[in-house]
Ligand binder design. Structure first.
Ligand SMILES: Cc1cc2nc3c(=O)[nH]c(=O)nc-3n(C[C@H](O)[C@H](O)[C@H](O)COP(=O)(O)O)c2cc1C
Length: 306
């Protein structure tokens, strides 16, 4: 797949996940083959009013091959300004979030709410494309409560998007039910720009099923939580190295930028995901969920991930 001057070999993407896809996590996923790494969603408004917070979220790792910065908002002028914000200079591609179902986002007319306001969505895409010297892409869902992905995808294409990502669920579904791969197949056949298929890829079998849709690329989100090696295992290459070293690398990168106080709470979920497959470890995992001490967590993970 080629986007502008960017050549992808594996066509594999790590999903944007607010509160999860931090720089350390993106870096370990990139080590295992995630080629395009999306940032957590970045507020176009916050970039203007609270640039320090956004600055922390835009830290990237040198091994992220293709860096994709995802923005959200509902004002075309502010969105276009954010595309030109120096904080986003490091990104190879700018992605617009039109799929987030979180109530506080939807209430503001942002994220997936834009699928119910196609004229505004089109205006936002056109102004971001005009403001950008890089490819602009759009990530969206099936629609609010029914599948309008074909109509919406065609609009994105005509408005100048270089590719689109379809998370094949409706806003109302949230994360429940199964992603609709038929909708991904239909969209892939109908658009001239590449379509990235997203939803429920968790192993080699589901990856193969996603490829059958004819999508040009595949994006993985929750399947990578606690399992960044999924990006190699979907090809049948089992990861035989040290999982503990991966966890250590994830944490070591974050320690460069974040204080211990914040990290010890933030890392709990990652530690629980990393140890999720350890059977009979409920007592130790309970400590991971409650301890105030990162070194204690590392010691436990060292034993669990042997
Ligand atoms: C914790 C969490 C945070 C997410 N944050 C974002 C986000 O910031 N931007 C976005 O476009 N999608 C976000 N998503 C949606 C994912 O990018 C992806 O579309 C969804 O999880 C389906 O893919 P999966 O089945 O591979 O997880 C988030 C999902 C999760 C679970």
């Amino acid at each position: 797949m080629k986007i502008g001057n960017i050549e992808f070999e594996k066509n594999l993407f790590l999903a944007p996940m607010a509160g999860v896809s931090d720089v350390g996590f993106r870096s370990v996923c990139a080590d295992f083959g995630a080629e395009g790494c999306f940032s957590e969603m970045l507020s176009s408004r916050a970039m203007l009013h609270n640039p320090q917070k956004t600055a922390l979220m835009t830290i990237t790792a040198p091994n992220e091959k293709v860096k994709i910065g995802q923005i959200f908002g509902h004002e075309s002028e502010i969105m276009a300004q954010s595309v030109r914000n120096p904080l986003l200079d490091k990104y190879d591609i700018i992605d617009i979030n039109m799929g987030c179902p979180a109530p506080k986002i939807v209430k503001n007319g942002e994220g997936c709410a834009l699928m119910s306001n196609i004229l505004l969505a089109e205006k936002i895409i056109k102004s971001c494309v005009k403001a950008s010297n890089r490819p602009v892409s759009v990530k969206f869902r099936l629609g609010k409560n029914k599948d309008i992905s074909l109509e919406f995808g065609k609009m994105c294409q005509e408005a100048g998007a270089s590719f689109v990502t379809l998370h094949a669920r409706t806003l109302e579904q949230g994360y429940s039910g199964k992603a609709n791969y038929d909708a991904i197949a239909k969209l892939s056949q109908s658009l001239l720009i590449p379509v990235i298929g997203n939803g429920d890829v968790v192993d080699k079998e589901s990856y193969q099923n996603m490829l059958k849709t004819g999508a040009s690329g595949v994006m993985i989100g929750r399947g990578a939580q606690g399992k960044p090696w999924i990006f190699q295992e979907i090809f049948g290459n089992k990861f035989e190295g040290s999982k503990f070293e991966v966890v250590k690398k994830h944490l070591t990168i974050l320690r460069k930028y974040y204080d211990e106080q914040w990290l010890k709470l933030y890392m709990r979920k990652h530690f629980l995901w990393y140890s999720a497959e350890q059977k009979g470890a409920s007592e130790k995992r309970m400590i991971l969920a409650t301890t105030q001490n990162l070194e204690e967590s590392l010691e436990i993970l060292k034993q669990l991930l042997k």
